[in-house]
Design a protein around this ligand. Structure first.
Ligand code: C2E
Ligand code: MG
Ligand code: MG
Length: 558
């Protein structure tokens, strides 16, 4: 290479903000540029002669690595996103572009890797104004407001709420003064990386000023704001190891919600900031909603969560059983296991209170597994006592179903109890059937192959696409209570019940109605061909001992 060309190359490498790593065919790093140190924290002499693989995070998705290998082998290059482990131990998502080249024909391949932090639309906006903060690479305050405005427009169209989170690091000035501004800057950079990991690609994380970060979250469920705030506070609480010095910090988060609090971006940011100050005043290391109403709800949720954890340890859950009855003969043909929480302080707590919190926090996996095993155990106990064998239906929440070993858990519950699979039914919700990847179908097929029944609970309240009904191996539709309760009073809702009965007959599925409370309901259901019914008309859910008495008689007296 001519001297001129080398000089030009040095100028470019010294000034671009992409990190560059040049390696030879033995996988030895030959040189890196200054931006590489900026991005990863590694000085040149710490990586020269080493294999670039040291940068790949251990948590990296294997599919990405195999795609990289394949495309690199065939095409000599690969562009994509990859997790890199920085010197301080943090992993961060980078754009990575890898290219093979030879210095001379017939010589083995060297390669060059280029990296930069993933941020969308990085660079200047149309007016030439810099919209990304230089330190962290995140959107700045202007772009944050812009993104928020866009999100508000989109959310209005889709009728989805948006949460605005403003975060401030507690006592940041103490760290900055005590450990120096350079240290403070590195800390902010690392905080930015951790924050990005708490969000999906479609959300916005911005560095609005100093020790402040702003985040916009498109919510899919009402508890999303709390879940993310918890996740962030937890991520920030973990010790930071920067340049060999460990610090532990906390942060305060203020949350405002659109449309509940306001629909104007500026106002929402102000509200979230004001809530953040409140959180700081309250001692820091916590989040606070702008609206008091939300604070009360959030506090209640936290309280239930910690009590639920205790309830698991102390085994305070019990199952009630409600009969499913043949409306023609009044014979019990099945039973649904319904969970209750026996709280020593507050008595019997309804699943409508604790199941949603258990789902949000992931505790449902443990609680649900207990319910599944206990239902199988109880059912075989009754069969062993010589009572008429009936199928037990167990509610399965989405999160429980998505657990990778769910099928194994069902298998184990059957094997450990000795219950025959024909006496176990799983009640799932319509939303599980919306998955287009086929993963859920596979799982359900495995469950059906075990010999269990699969019923779609609360049918009619979920999504309207019915095409899935033929794709999934389901056995029963369970008409939601909402369509039964108005039979005799609302023509429209009872028409829905009728239509579902017709649909199940057409698809050769079984049908059951839940929530039948009156003789009018029963007569209607019988008339239109729904012979299996569950509801207060026959019996409320009962504790196991009382249900056992009912099972002994088998026929429900009117
Ligand atoms: P679900 O699976 O749709 O259960 C039926 C609910 O309707 C039960 O409420 C039952 O008591 C109630 N019900 C039955 N007949 C009537 C009636 O005639 N009138 C009225 N008004 N209500 C009736 P419950 O026991 O409070 O359970 C509520 C929900 O909690 C269940 O709805 C289910 O989604 C969930 N759940 C209960 N146990 C479990 C569990 O072990 N795991 C999971 N994941 N969810 C559970
Ligand atoms: Mg159910
Ligand atoms: Mg239901």
């Amino acid at each position: 290479m001519t001297h001129q060309k080398q000089k030009l190359l040095d100028i470019i490498l010294g000034n671009i903000d992409w990190g560059v790593i040049a390696s030879d065919s033995n996988d030895d790093i030959r040189c890196v540029n200054p931006a590489f140190k900026e991005l990863t924290g590694y000085a040149a002499d710490e990586v020269l002669g080493k294999d670039p693989k040291i940068l790949i995070s251990g948590q990296q998705d294997v599919a990405i690595i195999s795609s990289l290998r394949k495309s690199w082998n065939i095409e000599g290059s690969w562009p994509g996103k990859i997790e890199i482990r920085c010197k301080n131990g943090e992993t961060c998502l980078f754009y990575l572009s890898i290219h093979t080249y030879s210095e001379q024909i017939e010589q083995p391949d060297n390669y060059v890797i280029m990296i930069r932090v993933v941020t969308e639309n990085r660079g200047l906006d149309k007016d030439g104004k810099y919209q990304h903060d230089e330190l962290t690479g995140l959107p700045d305050r202007h772009l944050f407001k812009d993104r928020l405005q866009q999100n508000l427009i989109i959310s209005k169209r889709g009728d989805k709420p948006v949460a605005i989170l403003m975060l401030g690091i507690d006592s940041f000035t103490t760290i900055n003064d005590g450990l120096g501004h350079d240290y403070g800057d590195l800390l902010l950079k690392t905080v930015a990386m951790r924050l990005e990991k708490c969000f999906r690609g479609s959300d916005t994380v911005a560095h609005t000023e100093g020790d402040r970060f702003g985040m916009v979250l498109q919510m899919t469920a009402s508890g999303d704001g709390v879940i993310v705030a918890d996740k962030i506070l937890n991520a920030i609480k973990q010790p930071f190891n920067i340049e060999g010095r460990e610090v532990t910090i906390t942060a305060s988060i203020g949350i405002s919600l659109s449309p509940t609090d306001d629909e104007d971006a500026g106002q929402l940011i102000k509200y979230a900031e004001s809530a953040m100050y409140h959180a700081k005043k309250g001692g820091g290391g916590r989040y606070q909603f702008f609206s008091n109403d939300m604070n009360v709800k959030a506090r209640k949720r936290i309280e239930i969560e910690s009590r639920l954890r205790r309830a698991i340890e102390r085994e305070q859950f019990i199952l009630y059983y409600q009969p499913k009855v043949n409306a023609g003969t009044n014979q019990i043909v099945g039973m649904e296991a319904l969970m209750r929480w026996q709280d020593p302080e507050n008595g019997l707590i309804s699943p409508t209170v604790f199941i949603p919190v258990a789902e949000e926090t992931g505790l449902i996996e443990q609680i649900g597994l207990w319910g599944l095993r206990e239902s199988c155990r109880q059912n075989i106990e009754w069969q062993n006592k010589g009572l008429h064998p009936v199928c037990v239906s167990v509610n399965v929440s989405g999160r429980q179903f998505f657990s990778p070993d769910f099928v194994d858990m069902v298998k184990a519950a059957l094997e450990d109890s000795g219950l025959s699979s024909q006496y176990l039914e799983l009640e799932i919700t319509e939303s599980l059937l919306m998955d287009k990847t086929g993963e859920n179908i596979k799982k359900l097929e495995q469950i059906r192959d075990l010999g269990c029944h699969i019923s779609v609970d609360d049918f009619g309240t979920g999504y309207s696409s019915l095409s899935y009904l033929t794709n999934f191996p389901i056995t029963t539709l369970k008409i939601d209570r909402a369509f039964i309760k108005d039979i005799g009073t609302s023509q429209d809702t009872s028409e829905v019940a009728r239509a579902i009965i017709g649909l199940s007959q057409g698809l050769k599925l079984e049908v059951i109605a839940e929530g039948a409370e009156t003789l009018k309901h029963i007569d209607f259901l019988r008339r239109y061909g729904c012979n299996t019914v569950q509801g207060f008309f026959y019996s409320r859910p009962l504790p196991a001992e009382e249900f056992e008495q009912l099972l002994k008689v088998l026929f429900i007296k009117q």
